[in-house]
Write a protein that binds this ligand. Sequence first.
Ligand code: DP6
Length: 332
Amino acid sequence: MYTGKARAYTNIALIKYWGKKDEHLILPMNNSLSLTLDAFYTETTVEFNKSFTEDSFFLDGIKQDQKQTAKITAFLALVRQQYQVSLFAKVDSRNFVPTAAGLASSASGLAALAGACSAALNLGLTDKELSRLARRGSGSACRSIFGGFAEWQKGASDQTSFAEAIVSDNWEQDLAMLFVLVDDGIKDVSSRDGMKRTVETSSFYAGWLSSIDADLKTAKQAIAEKDFTALGEVTEANALRMHGTTLAANPPFTYWSPESLTVMQLVRQARQNGLPCYFTMDAGPNVKILVEKKNLAALKQFLAHHFSSEQLISANAGPGITLLPEEGSEKS
Ligand code: DP6
C-alpha cells in the first residue's frame, strides 16, 4: 500500500475565476488572484491499496455516498491515468472550520487531495506541478498550493494553466478577512453549474471578461505598493461584476440573500464612518470582508450590533500546502 497525507488551506479570490474555456481540463476564461487564509483547512490522507475493489471517500469520519464521491473518484482516475497507477484508493478527509457553517471548500479539499496523492505515490511534484494537478480537481484549488497572494495564470493548455505565488514582501500579514455567515445551507447553484450557465447564456459575460485585465493590473499594483484602499476597491468592484453576470443568465439567478445585501450596506456604512473595509462574495450568500488587521476588532465590534459572534469568523493570511509524507509511503 501507498499512503500520504497533506494539509491545504482555503483561499478566497479577490479577482474571481468565473467561467471555463475547457470544462474537461478545467482551463479558465480568465486569470484570477486570491488570498490563502489560515482559519479553514482540510487534512487528507489517501491510501492506495491493492486489496481495495473501489475508491471510497470519508469526510470527517463519515463514508460519503456515490454522488458525494464523484469528484474525488474522477480525480483519482486522473491520477491513476497520469501516473500509471492501477490501485483503488481510500480518501480520508477532515475539514477544519471553526463552526459547522458550510464553509468547507472545494479549494482546500482538492488541493489537499492532490498533495496527499503526490505524497502517497512519491511523485515528488513541484508546487507548479501540484497546482496543475489540483486544478483538475477544482479550479480554485490550484491557488491553495501557495500561501499568501496567488495568481492563477489561465494558460492555454493543461501544461500552462497553474497558479503562482505573488511576491508581496509579507504585506498579507497585515490583512485579515472577516466572514459574515448569513446562511449555512447547501448552495442552490454550485459554482461549477453557475459559471457554466453564465458563460453559455449571460449577455453580461463579455463585459465581465473585458474588465479582468484592468482589475488584475490594479490588484497587483496595489499589492506591490501595499495600497489597501486600491486593493479593497478593486476586490469589491470585481465581485460585484462577477455577481452581475448571473442576473443576465438564462434562467437568471443570484447568490445574494437579503442578509448579504444588509452586510454590503453595513460595509459601506463602516467606510463612511472611517473604517476602511471591502466585501467580496462567492457562490453563496455569505459575505467576506477584507480589512486591515489593525481594524479587525473595530469592524467586529461594529458588526456585533447585527450579528452573533458565531456568525463572525475572522481569518489571517495562511500558508501554502504542507505534505506530510512521514505518515506514509510504506510499501507492502
Ligand atoms: C466563485 O473552483 O469551485 O469561488 O473549477 O468548477 O470546481 P470548479 O469551480 P470552483 O469555482 C470557484 C468560483 C468562485 C471564484 C473563485 O474562487 O475564484
